[in-house]
Design a protein around this ligand. Structure first.
Ligand code: G
Ligand code: G
Ligand code: MN
Ligand code: NA
Length: 254
């Protein structure tokens, strides 16, 4: 059986699972949300990271179906946490370019929200700069509809693509996620420091929230506070983990 057919079968047999990585408010160091990251719990091979199968799913188009499952599952979990009293938690979901160009993303998102009863304001859609560059009018119309429905929009891996500042305004982006390559080099590379400082200042003047990805040490977290970064994510604060483990990190609801 080739990997495409294995993935198709994995979807039918519900072998995918979402892990959740904490998103941290740097001012209070509180958890404000989670990024949902897919895993394949393969009966033969064990737990498979997305890097191993997402590219194959993108090549075959199956990412549209997998992405639909991810949205359903993330919304289901958002509703569970809302019912448990964690109403303000934001769940971030990664989107692939094909979900914009094939498949009806607005319809898929609408269905995931109504099936689950999740609050649209609790779902953040992560898109890469390459999505914004592609097929702009159609993508723009889709993004505008999703925004109007109350969902938030984040640019993932910011700094690795070629998006211009104009795109950030045009698409009314809510959050920039600075790519981990710049954050990792922050203590040692003055150029990385200059880039991070510049992105934070630009985001602030455009009233866009900014998150640093890949924060692995207390020193880096401290530098980011001094630079005025709003949010952070990384192994220093928490690895991606099953929903139950993530829930244990949350303060008791009041
Ligand atoms: O192998 P690793 O865990 O580093 O791979 C992470 C990559 O997989 C990231 O680029 C991340 O955005 C992507 N990814 C994780 N979960 C999802 C998902 O649900 N959908 C899509 N399209 N990409 C995902
Ligand atoms: O492309 P995207 O930003 O969606 O990918 C997120 C990926 O980054 C996930 O695979 C996640 O496991 C990984 N990640 C999250 N925090 C850290 C970190 O502190 N260090 C490293 N090396 N990877 C991280
Ligand atoms: Mn992401
Ligand atoms: Na990223």
């Amino acid at each position: 059986l080739d990997i495409q057919n294995r993935l198709r079968r994995a979807l039918e047999r519900q072998e995918f699972i979402l892990h959740y990585q904490p998103l941290i408010d740097l001012g209070s160091t509180r958890i404000v949300g989670a990024e949902a990251l897919i895993r394949w719990n393969c009966p033969d091979l064990g737990m498979q990271p997305p890097g191993l199968f997402i590219p194959v799913a993108e090549d075959s188009g199956l990412i549209v179906n997998i992405g639909e499952w991810v949205l359903q599952e993330a919304c289901r979990q958002a509703r569970i946490w809302k019912d448990a009293g964690h109403g303000k938690l934001v769940i971030a979901v990664n989107l692939s370019p094909l979900q914009f160009t094939r498949g009806n993303l607005v319809e898929t998102v609408t269905r995931a929200l109504t099936d689950s009863g999740a609050d649209p304001a609790c779902i953040e859609l992560e898109i890469t700069e390459s999505i914004l560059m592609k097929d702009t009018e159609q993508v723009l119309a889709t993004v505008r509809q999703l925004h109007a429905m109350g969902l938030r929009l984040a640019i993932d891996d910011f700094g690795t693509g070629y998006s211009s500042l104009a795109y950030l305004r045009r698409f009314a982006v809510d959050k920039l996620k600075i790519d981990q390559s710049f954050i990792r080099d922050l203590p040692t590379d003055p150029d990385a420091g200059a880039i991070v400082r510049g992105v934070i200042q630009m985001a602030k003047s455009l009233k866009i929230a900014v998150l640093a990805e890949g924060v692995e040490t207390a020193d880096i977290a401290h530098d980011l506070v001094l630079l005025g970064c709003d949010y952070a994510q990384g192994y220093y604060f928490g690895r991606p983990m099953p929903a139950e483990a993530f829930a244990e990190l949350l303060p008791p609801p009041r």
